[in-house]
Design a protein around this ligand. Structure first.
Ligand code: C5P
Length: 222
């Protein structure tokens, strides 16, 4: 590991989308590239952290110098996160699918003339909320993300309370911001202290700023 302010600290990072199977050849997914989560894992490792990087099928390669755990579904991601604990901090940057297909078919669903398949859904486990609300072994610092299109601070503040995490990094993903899938991010850090606006910057810079804040929080005994 690199030497730095996070030497000796273990951090779990989730990243990327999840894929929820319909049958062996089809799945439901989302457009997360994994870029922000990957940058965060890289920045934490550069500060000396031992990083467990739990990633869904992302379109960017995982960083060097971290332990990579590849998963497909939300349920696999939750299991991998739980297996990676205990940790000093956990950062949940993954875009976890809210729903999975109920009773995914074990064989390819055939096209039958004149009939259409219907999909039913079940709710996926909320990994961020689960870890935030652990009664024993909760990481000292738990960070979630919120992608919002309106009333960013109000919605993210409510989300922080609902999930029980320490910080929420909220971003404005209205299409005109170009943030979703773009190279830049404009975030608001919601903590116990309130809302702190970060200027628009590259996703790498957001990651470096967050990693420095994580180091500072853990140093102060979080
Ligand atoms: O509820 P929402 O999906 O908006 O919350 C986003 C935050 O919660 C992100 O940090 C995401 O990684 C996390 N999350 C999770 N498990 C879920 C859904 C969201 O960890 N099933």
């Amino acid at each position: 590991f690199a030497e730095g302010p996070l030497s000796g600290k273990r951090v779990v990072v989730t990243s990327g989308p999840t894929h929820e199977p319909i049958d062996p050849v089809r799945y439901i997914a989302n457009r997360s590239s994994g870029a922000q989560g990957t940058a965060i894992a890289r920045a934490l490792a550069a500060l000396g952290a031992e990083v467990v990087f739990v990633t869904g099928p992302a379109s960017v390669p995982p960083p060097e110098g971290v332990q990579v755990v590849k998963v497909e579904t939300a349920r696999e991601m939750k299991e991998a996160v739980e297996a990676a604990l205990p940790a000093d901090a956990a950062i949940f940057a993954a875009a976890v699918a809210d729903w999975r297909v109920r009773s995914a078919s074990g064989s390819k669903i055939k096209k039958v003339k004149g009939t259409l398949p219907t999909l039913e859904f079940d709710e996926n486990p909320d990994i961020l909320a689960t870890v935030s609300q652990m009664e024993t072994g909760r990481p000292a610092l738990v960070v979630g993300f919120a992608a919002e299109t309106d009333d960013v601070v109000a919605h993210a503040t409510a989300k922080r309370a609902r999930k029980g995490c320490d910080w929420i990094l909220a971003n404005d993903v209205r299409p005109e911001t170009g943030i979703m899938g773009g190279a830049e991010n404009a975030v608001v850090l919601i903590s116990e202290q309130g809302a702190e606006d970060w200027p628009r910057m590259g996703k790498e810079a957001v990651a470096e700023k967050l990693a420095a804040r994580v180091a500072e929080a853990l140093r102060q005994g979080r």
